[in-house]
Ligand binder design. Sequence first.
Ligand code: 6GU
Length: 224
Amino acid sequence: MRIDIITCLPRLLDSFFAHSILKRAQDANHAQVHVHDLRDYSTNKQRQVDDYAFGGGAGMVLMIEPIAKCIRQLQAERTYDEVIYMTPDGERYEQKMANRLSMTENLIILCGHYKGVDERLREHFITKEISIGDYVLSGGELAACVVADSIIRLIPGVLNDETSALTDSFQDNLLAPPVYTRPAEFEGWKVPDILLSGHEAKISDWRFQQSLERTRTRRPDLLD
Ligand code: 6GU
């Protein structure tokens, strides 16, 4: 899978993808993330990428030319499944969408900034608009990292234990059960006996019950 991210803050993203699971996923060729500096596609000498809003008002708007140029250049090289725009007024991002996107081949993710992008981009280039929740970030960069991370970790082979993404919170609309590691007792606080029993079926049943109970108390909305 290949993800092309278009941003005016490329260095913010570079560091994120250069670490941990996301770095390993790229080293093992499960995923390639390419970050594009919008300024490299500016059509004027000042490398300008934003301008004042027509009609006035506070805040700059990302111009159509540099973004159109970047997207077209990428689309000339390969076919993209989606051209995603990160924006607080997009569709709410959830695990279901992560699952769906993880099965695609090529994605473009455009990070919004300032007051947003010229509306004509949204009409003519963007195929999907995503928000990661009901709060406002200063730019789409963090949100793009959230989306790319949640997708890449679902690609088979990326996680060490291939089954572990399947037992994530939300994967069955249930929160994950509690987990423990050694020591079996710390200052009198014991790990539940069942987990030390070796009875796989009983352990699996206990975990399911814990998931259910945890979801009931913390996120009853998931059970509706
Ligand atoms: Cl995708 N962008 C920004 N700027 N703020 C957000 C968001 C995206 N999702 C939630 N808040």
